[in-house]
Design a protein around this ligand. Sequence first.
Ligand SMILES: [Zn+2]
Length: 143
Amino acid sequence: MKTGDTVLHKPTGEHWTIAWAERGRVCPVGWPETLAEDSDCELLQEGTEAERMKLLHDMANIPAPSRGRGYDSRRTYARRVLGLAEPPAAQAAKEKPRADDPIVRHNFRCPKCGERYSTLVLQSWIARLPDICHECAQAEKEN
Ligand SMILES: [Zn+2]
């Protein structure tokens, strides 16, 4: 499994486009960022090389973290694979996922709109996930 492939995530029955697959972990595209064991995913369709490259470039352009939050593993992965530099704020997030970093459920409520979200992430990610939801972050950027 690799970037751009379509998989069935067996526990949820959802079809995912893979953003990255590494060290037994699979991260799909979309928001909120989530994660699964690769053994829970079944390959449905391999992406083409052109699709993989387009997706990597889209992921590399996910906004950079600010003030240590807003880290997105898809951006970090794509920039590592494409050999692009990261601003200093994102350097700390550059390591590959560690096998002993457990996947945990993360529930949060956006303080701006009150929407509740639940997602699966690596335990080490929680401190650097965005503190507001994707929609509120987009709205903030436009103002
Ligand atoms: Zn919100």
